[in-house]
Design a protein around this ligand. Structure first.
Ligand code: DGL
Length: 279
């Protein structure tokens, strides 16, 4: 069984793509709605909450967990992979959403930090993300190491995760997103080539980003990129690919009735959360 974790409902955009691409796999999703959003919390707290959630998924029988949260991936993934996982859950794996995105943007494999030559043509990409992901600088740093000709213009979007989780109505939501897009375009100085919705909640409101941006800006789809990357990983590590029946179970640390209500943006099969005890 594959575990998928996010601070809230955003990771469902990743889960949906994983399930579409690998319909024979069973998935267990955990949303830490009781503690969301993570985007403004301290690094220590994010590491602690992420570790707790991953332990819950491992204890429930997952052998591999996808951190479907850019904030947790940017802040906590490396520390947990290096300092905690090998002794706490030897033989299990944690994968994030940042690595496949950086590989897709640069066309350079993660292991190849400073390639002698890069074929990436110069371009500007807008990155919309949480305050914490922006502050970590992880995307900028990792892209620069592999493709210095690519310029990332970061735009933190405080309040947007809350607005999505809270089911804010179309008008205020559009206003919020238009404001962030306008600021990002201004900072870019010219017409950017692409935009990355670098928070897994944001694809839930992709149509608002599309409406607010010039048509020529391509929106990079993180869910599709992550799903392709995981499929490839499972081909190379077949011990984590156990044939299942395509079962999806959604768990939350919050009150399921609140979460289910808030998730009006999602297809019905991804709306039914159960309570937090998965063991
Ligand atoms: N979906 C999370 C992400 O990708 C949102 C983090 C938060 O709770 O602020 O960053």
């Amino acid at each position: 069984m594959i575990g998928v974790f996010d601070s809230g409902s955003g990771g469902l955009t990743i889960l949906e793509a994983l399930h579409r691409r690998m319909p024979d796999q069973d998935f267990l999703y955990l949303g830490d709605h009781a503690n969301a959003p993570y985007g403004h919390r301290s690094n220590e707290k994010i590491v602690e909450m992420t570790r707790e959630a991953i332990s819950t998924l491992f204890d429930a029988g997952c052998t591999l967990v996808v951190l479907a949260c850019n904030t947790a991936a940017a802040v906590a993934l490396r520390t947990l992979q290096q300092k905690w996982l090998p002794h706490a859950y030897p033989g299990r794996r944690i994968l994030g959403v940042l690595v496949p995105m950086v590989e897709a943007i640069t066309g350079v494999p993660w292991a190849q930090e400073h390639p002698a030559r890069t074929s990436a043509r110069p371009k500007t990409i807008l990155l919309f993300a949480t305050q914490k992901t922006v502050k970590s600088g992880a995307y900028v740093e990792e892209v620069k190491k592999r493709a210095p000709t690519i310029r990332l213009v970061q735009k933190a979007c405080p309040g947007l995760v809350d607005a999505i989780e809270g089911g804010t109505g179309p008008k205020p939501l559009a206003g919020l997103i238009e404001g962030y897009v306008e600021e990002a375009l201004h900072e870019a100085g010219g017409l950017p080539d692409a935009a990355l919705l670098g928070c897994t909640h944001f694809p839930l409101v992709r149509s608002y980003f599309e409406a607010a941006m010039p048509e020529s800006i391509e929106i990079l789809s993180q869910p599709d990129v992550v799903a392709a990357s995981l499929e490839d990983y499972l081909k190379r590590h077949s011990e984590f690919r156990k044939k299942g029946s395509g079962r999806i179970r959604l768990m939350t640390t919050g009150r399921p009735e609140d979460v289910n209500l808030a998730d009006s943006y999602l297809p019905p099969h991804l709306c039914h959360f159960e309570g937090g005890t998965v063991l």
